[in-house]
Ligand binder design. Sequence first.
Ligand code: FCB
Length: 475
Amino acid sequence: MTKPADPQTIPLLDERVTFPPDFLWGAATAAFQIEGAAAEGGRTPSIWDTFSRTPGKVLHGHTGDVACDHYHRFRDDVRLMADLGLKSYRFSVAWPRVQPGGSGPANQEGLDFYRRLVDELLENEIEPWLTLYHWDLPQPLEDAGGWPVRDTAARFADYAALTHAALGDRVRYWTTLNEPWCSAFLGYGSGAHAPGRSDGGDAVRAAHHLMLGHGLAVQAIRAARPDHDLGVTVNLYPVTPQTDTPGDLDAARRIDGLANRIFLDPILRGEYPADLIEDLRDVTGFEHVHDGDLAVIGTPLSVLGINYYSRHVVAAPVEGAEPEPYWRAPSSWPGSEDVRFVTRGYPVTDMDWEIDAPGLVEILRRVHDEYPEVPLYVTENGSAFVDRVVDGRVDDPERLAYFDAHLRACHEAIEAGVPLRGYFAWSLMDNFEWAWGYTKRFGMIHVDYDSQLRIPKSSARWYAEVIRRNGLAAQ
Ligand code: FCB
């Protein structure tokens, strides 16, 4: 968090932290979280439709049936984006909307929705940034085995090519997957996310097939349009040992392997970390990795998206330790279930995630220092807080301070030589926060789910000013 301003030392506000001239200022959403219209226009169920209808899986039984009704209100939403002065909008395509069932021909009605959305963005000079997979696997593909099964990677590449063929004339930035860690380890490990399965080996196989699908999709899209910017978005965490005892250091190494290096090493270096394979010895023998897979997965990218929310601080196992909250549930970490996640008493968001802006500098510098050079974008960063509408306004100083602190972190990374090219706030508007339903608000724009009224919060007005000046006021 930003330190409280000391009036003695604060410089005048006309000095600014400025960003490079072409810095891409954006905001992000995802299809399932905002679109609604779950059964319209030929869309068929995804794993999140099924999961959210399963009692006990999503808080209060909330579903994506209506969400922010963006499917019907996208024009108004683009107008709000234009009012903010967004340079780019990162959204995702719902696979079951454009390829119902997950295989076979495209659904033109589904594609038309995205064509209209993209045209509206372009008319408002907002660069569309398209994510192909933000967790809404068509249900029939899950019924056939889901991501732990190799064929799902081929199905994904097919869907990617079909979507690119339809929208590649007007969209230049393509992200294959959003946060494969969550798809694999929350979806198939802890079961806290759809499809809600719980098997460590399946989670590791899912991670591999997600990456394989990513590599195949990059190759297909690149063959069609070598000039397009292609990448993947990973959620990264600095992993810090609680102390420097050998046990804590080993816990940090393990969790870093399972959270970060399991994706970064195959995707950016074409190899799995040797220590990770060893840590997973009792979970899988990696027989699912075929010759040639890692070359496909390591296909060079033109951008890497990083989502950043917080840091993991970990410690060596202690007998009889308390179980952790759901998203750190033991089976999210196959083979390292007994590592302890500790809190430091830092201020937290409404998700109970500790606010740690220096962690963003750390993770950006690490990717820059340790991996082959690739332009980086923060494709998500933001915070949930409890908001209140008072006299038609929503003041959210904590969210604003969170953005401010993390943008300062971005600036610091750029000064240190990191090729950071853009930043996307999570999220444009309040939306369906997965297992938490509509109870967690991450938006810069407040959504009243009964009336669908949108109110830009004070953080939105502040962000618009940041974009306009291409910088922050100096502290
Ligand atoms: C990320 C997801 C995004 C949103 C934020 C809070 O893990 O990509 O959809 O839920 O967290």
